[in-house]
Ligand binder design. Structure first.
Ligand SMILES: CC(C)(COP(=O)(O)OP(=O)(O)OC[C@H]1O[C@@H](n2cnc3c(N)ncnc32)[C@H](O)[C@@H]1OP(=O)(O)O)[C@@H](O)C(=O)NCCC(=O)NCCS
Length: 169
């Protein structure tokens, strides 16, 4: 597998991509390039090469955010975090370990970035309910009375999860 930051030359790969979720498919096809240009999110495409043929097997979209820490009823502290806005694997390639490999890369790259450039306390995300087990397999946990994500409409229908890098690495 190899990774490339999204750009206009990748449009030819978009039609063939279907992860089974219309919201995630449409984001890639309709908004990912614009968000990249507007510096709202960064999308990385995941390709595989087989006998000279290149295909798009997945993508992920990240941005900087903060995880809100509430040590007591009055205090709220913003801790630096990276948010996985989207992560998707092509339907035909799911359940073969590709999503886990991509998630490992995101965690690894974030730890390196944190150690060498700008601190990151946690990786956070709003997971579609079907994918919660996938993230929990990689030690993501539910937010609780001490930790919450920044408000966002999508949080109403999804599950808020985070990985505490300080505890892990
Ligand atoms: C969720 C997703 C990224 C996982 O990618 P993947 O390549 O299929 O995942 P892996 O093969 O690495 O799965 C590793 C383990 O996670 C769990 N898992 C993966 N997908 C799961 C799902 N949809 N439901 C429950 N558990 C799941 C399983 O335990 C799996 O191990 P197993 O296959 O041995 O049972 C992929 O299924 C996908 O793109 N789904 C549609 C879009 C989506 O839900 N994205 C996440 C939104 S935030």
């Amino acid at each position: 597998m190899f990774y490339e930051t999204i750009n206009k030359s990748h449009i030819i790969f978009f039609d063939s991509f279907d992860c089974g979720d219309d919201g995630l498919n449409n984001y890639l096809k309709e908004l990912a390039l614009k968000d990249q240009d507007d510096r709202k999110c960064t999308t990385t495409l995941v390709f595989s090469r087989y006998r000279g043929n290149i295909s798009l097997v997945g993508y992920f979209t990240l941005k900087n955010t903060c995880l809100i820490y509430k040590p007591d009823e009055k205090a709220k502290i913003g801790l630096p975090a990276v948010e996985i806005v989207f992560l998707a694997v092509n339907k035909k390639k799911q359940r073969r370990g590709i999503g886990s490999k991509i998630l490992k890369k995101i965690i690894y790259d974030t730890v390196i970035y944190s150690n060498t450039f700008s601190a990151v306390f946690a990786i956070v995300l709003s997971s579609l309910n079907d994918a919660v087990e996938f993230y929990k397999n990689s030690r993501f946990i539910d937010t609780d009375e001490y930790f919450e994500l920044m408000p966002d409409e999508c949080r109403e229908t999804t599950t808020s999860l985070f990985l505490n890098l300080y505890m892990e690495y």
